[in-house]
Write a protein that binds this ligand. Structure first.
Ligand code: NAD
Length: 323
């Protein structure tokens, strides 16, 4: 049921974190014409001013949108708050220390969004995204539908790209999903992979692009898992594709699209998993998560999903440790 409020009409997006990912998202979002107002917040005020000026000078070349620096008061009437803020690893700092630092950053922002009485959706992007989505959900006190993580939306896009190239089929005719953790334990849901309307096992016999399909497909799965490492080894960080993935999620929310996406959400018993955020197939629309599509998974994929849940639970528990 549609519940129209004044914030619905505003199409206001607040982006917290004006670094590479936040700025790239703003750049792509401005061009998309989806938002009427884009507000940028970062603890580095000079960076915000610089990003705002650089973006508004492009105004003649994209649909009219009000882009400006903001403050926590801007959360109140935002339809969407996208959190890309985070610290980067310092020399000598362990992964756990970094995790704790980012959990504090994202947790505090989530609490502030909630305190400012925001009625919109919170989208977490900062890594490790699944753990930080969990932290943001707990600290906000919101319903699970309104706190989602970008999860494996990016990985699913990488998967579709590689399959499309390998099979010589337009990416728009390839539907494919990565599930689980946005990280090393993520996996290809081959059972949901569909090329030109066919399941992979039915498509391969009619495709003449390779003779050793199984080997090629498993290489593609590993390439997706390694993609971020590869890009980081070349240029230090990744931001273009994730920026565009975020625009796609934004479209689903601002345009009420009921899109199927592998966002990271809290599982409350789905697949027998509880109290952990990870990526499964979800329907995303104006109010965030509309529904989890609990598709039956074959045993191997089910095992991989449980493994991801286990890895993530350990990471969540490590936040409580004194190390
Ligand atoms: P970056 O260092 O360029 O930007 C991070 C920004 O956060 C900085 O401008 C910093 O000033 C700001 N910040 C730090 N603490 C803050 C606070 N308390 N309040 C407001 N702002 C604060 O990093 P980036 O390359 O833009 O990456 C941002 C995050 O996105 C990282 O955690 C990265 O790992 C993650 N990321 C996620 C995905 C994904 O698919 N989920 C993909 C790429 C990157």
């Amino acid at each position: 049921m549609e519940n129209k409020t004044s914030s619905d009409q505003k199409r206001k997006v607040v982006v917290v974190g004006a670094g590479s990912v936040g700025a790239t998202y703003c750049y792509a979002l401005a061009q998309s014409g989806l938002a009427n107002e884009i507000v940028i917040i970062d603890m580095n005020k000079d960076l915000v001013q610089g990003q705002v000026l650089d973006l508004v000078h492009g105004q003649p070349f994209f649909p009219t949108v009000d882009i400006h620096a903001g403050s926590p008061a801007d959360y109140t009437d935002a339809q969407l708050v996208v959190i890309t803020a985070g610290a980067s690893q310092k020399p000598g700092e362990t992964r756990l220390q970094l995790l704790k630092k980012n959990a504090a950053i994202v947790g505090n922002i989530a609490e502030e969004v909630s305190k400012n009485n925001c009625k919109g959706v919170m989208l977490i992007v900062s890594n490790p995204v699944d753990v930080l989505t969990y932290v943001a959900l707990k600290r906000s006190g919101w319903d699970r539908s309104r706190v989602i993580g970008s999860g494996t939306v990016l990985d699913s896009a990488r998967f579709r790209y590689l399959l499309s190239k390998h099979c010589g089929v337009d990416i728009h005719n390839v539907h494919a999903y990565f599930l689980g953790e946005h990280g090393d334990s993520e996996f290809a849901a081959w059972s949901m992979t569909n090329i030109a309307g066919l399941k992979v096992e039915d498509y391969c016999p009619v495709c003449r692009n390779c003779s050793d399909c199984r080997e090629q497909l498993s290489k593609i799965e590993q390439q997706v898992r390694d993609a971020a490492y590869q890009i980081i080894s070349y240029k230090g960080s990744t931001y273009f594709a994730v920026g565009m993935a975020l625009v796609r999620i934004t479209a689903a929310i601002l345009r009420k699209q009921n899109s199927v996406m592998t966002v990271s959400v809290m599982l409350n018993g789905e697949y027998g998993i509880n109290d952990v955020c990870l990526s499964v197939q979800c329907i995303v629309s104006e109010s965030g998560l509309i529904r989890i599509i609990e598709s039956p998974l074959p045993p191997k994929e089910m095992q991989s999903l449980l493994h991801s849940a286990d890895v993530l639970k350990k990471a969540i528990n490590s936040l409580e440790s004194n190390d």
